[in-house]
Design a binder for this molecule. Structure first.
Ligand SMILES: Nc1ncnc2c1ncn2[C@@H]1O[C@H](COP(=O)(O)OP(=O)(O)OP(=O)(O)O)[C@@H](O)[C@H]1O
Ligand SMILES: Cc1ncc(CO)c(N)n1
Ligand SMILES: [Mg+2]
Length: 518
């Protein structure tokens, strides 16, 4: 990024080299002010702060707005918007620009000109036109500017259903299938990615957004939080995408984190009472108090990581005379795709220390590391997530403690438990014991039939667990239910002389079974 002198001041910027700079990821939001602070510039600032990203602001309009609706709009003169853009973009090393309310066609043109003059790493366009309260924030005159100039420059555009419809000449938007069609048509206008948000889709019990990257469609679904406090969800989502992109996330990962962030914040603030109107603001911060968000892994959970899931056991390690770290290293070298530390007999501090070493090993292989049961240990070592059982704290509480990015898995024996795990915001479920096992006392065996039943009902990806090894892993993988993503093993890897060889062999067996026609 070039450093340009600020044309309106006499002072010359002091050149600072990139290496000297203690750089913080930087998002510039170009948006309107919401006096009620639920949406617009204020939502963007709060989101970026919560995501630990610097946020500068170019204000396009000032609105008089509260929980009842929009009472007035006062546009900032276009040449003064241009001046703000130059001030920030010429000097402040912006990584990502996010746009919100752009109330006139000329404003869109001014912005495009600035972006051509001062290119940034990514452009997130939230084509704000109608607030959820139904008030108009930008009239139809901006549509041509969006379609012809801004969208072709955008890395992602994030319309809600009404905005997607307006951009496509009032196309009807009644279903997820319409959202998919709209995503494709909007992609044809030039943005690299499209996210059609379904928060306002009528008659839908889940909040479903459709993401299209030009090749694949992804339906990002979360349980709809029953709350009046949804004012500013769209601005928050787009700012969070911009913040994650500024930190270096891939687009899909940024979108997933943003969706989870909105969901967690809505859930946390569901009973907040601010204002007397129909739509209140939510809290961007309280849910994330005391949470370490310094995770080094850029991409959130990928269900295919469940393929060969290695679960450690300290007794087996002492029996074979090896440390937890040695066991984990051998498993990931052999092809384990995710590791869970299940250390029931270790002192807490020793557990944290061992987990930190294992984490370093796993990160070097790009393999996620989860902690069994111990949310405190997961937080202390900044692991990638936890796996919890039915008798531990609820996944919902774990989510509140761990934040939106961490992976949460839950053990489930029944379709009802699988449904609850999904409602609670888990990422995957472990289901079993499929076969009898001695690593877990008093554990009911559900068999292949029980596993099939849970997999069929589960909206979350499933990993099978319990008594699985070389002889029967193939049969489990051949079950052929799409949600079943892999097998979790303990003894078959760790109660053996050579963990590396056993992992390799098991990987070969399940790969072959997964490839065979069902
Ligand atoms: N009640 C809810 N529960 C869970 N997620 C929700 C809820 N309402 C909206 N969302 C999510 O919030 C994000 C923003 O979507 P929405 O369709 O509300 O955007 P918007 O209309 O632009 O928002 P705004 O209220 O800022 O105008 C989407 O990811 C959507 O799925
Ligand atoms: C200023 C402003 N920007 C965006 C929205 C959309 O929520 C709003 N209500 N107000
Ligand atoms: Mg909305």
């Amino acid at each position: 990024m070039q450093l340009q002198p600020n044309s309106t001041s006499n002072s010359t910027p002091i050149p600072i080299s990139e290496s000297q700079r203690n750089k913080i990821p930087h998002v510039l939001t170009v948006a309107g002010s919401d006096s009620g602070s639920g949406a617009g510039i204020q939502a963007d600032l709060k989101t970026c702060a919560a995501r630990r990203v610097y946020c500068s602001t170019v204000i396009t309009a000032v609105t008089a707005q509260n929980t009842l609706g929009v009472q007035g709009v006062n546009m900032v003169p276009e040449d003064f918007v241009a001046q703000q853009l130059t001030s920030v973009l010429s000097d402040m090393n912006v990584d990502v620009v996010k746009t919100g309310m752009l109330p006139s066609l000329n404003m869109v043109k001014v912005l495009c000109q600035s972006l051509r003059k001062f290119p940034v790493k990514a452009l997130v366009v939230d084509p704000v036109m109608v607030s959820t309260s139904g008030d108009i924030l930008a009239g139809p005159s901006v549509l041509a500017g969006f379609r012809e100039e801004l969208l072709p420059m955008a890395d992602i555009v994030t319309p809600n259903v009404k905005e997607a419809s307006a951009l496509l000449g009032d196309m009807p938007m009644k279903s997820v299938s319409d959202m998919r069609t709209a995503a494709k048509l909007l992609h044809d206008l030039g943005p690299r990615n499209v996210l059609v948000k379904g928060g306002d889709l009528p008659n839908s019990s889940d909040a479903i957004d459709v993401f299209f990257d030009g090749q694949e469609f992804y339906e990002l679904s979360s349980p709809r939080v029953n709350t009046r406090n949804t004012h500013g969800t769209g601005c928050t989502l787009a700012s969070c995408i911009a913040a994650e992109l500024a930190k270096g996330s891939s687009m899909l990962s940024a979108v997933k984190i943003a969706k989870r962030f909105v969901e967690s914040a809505l859930d946390y603030s569901r009973d907040l009472v601010i204002g007397n109107g129909a739509q209140g603001p939510f809290d961007h911060f309280l849910a994330f108090k005391n949470i370490s968000q310094s995770s080094c892994r850029q991409d959130r959970f990928n269900p295919n990581d469940l393929f060969l899931y290695a679960v450690t056991d300290s007794r087996m390690n002492s029996k074979w005379g090896r440390s937890i770290a040695e066991a984990v290293k051998a498993a990931v070298e052999g092809g384990a795709t995710i590791v869970q530390l299940r250390e029931k007999d270790v002192e807490t501090q020793d557990f944290v220390d061992a987990a930190k070493v294992c984490l370093e090993i796993c990160r070097s292989y790009g393999v996620p590391l989860l902690i069994n049961d111990r949310i405190d240990v997961a937080l202390a070592c900044d692991a990638d997530g936890v796996h919890i059982g039915q008798s531990d704290m609820s996944a919902r509480l774990a989510r509140t403690l761990l934040g939106p990015e961490k992976v949460i898995g839950v053990s489930c024996k029944t379709p009802e438990q699988a449904h609850q795990a999904w409602i609670d915001g888990a990422d995957y479920i472990g289901s079993g014991g499929v076969y009898p096992t001695n690593t877990k006392a008093n554990n009911r065996t559900i068999g292949l039939d029980g596993l099939r039943e849970v997999c069929k009902a589960s909206k979350l990806p499933v990993v099978a667990i319990g008594g699985i090894g070389m002889s029967n892993a193939g049969a489990v993988m051949k079950l052929g239910v799409p949600s079943l993503k892999g097998v979790a093993v303990v003894s078959a890897l760790f109660d053996r002389e050579c963990i590396l060889t056993e992992t390799r062999n098991l990987h070969a067996v399940i790969s072959e079974a997964a490839l065979l026609p069902q």
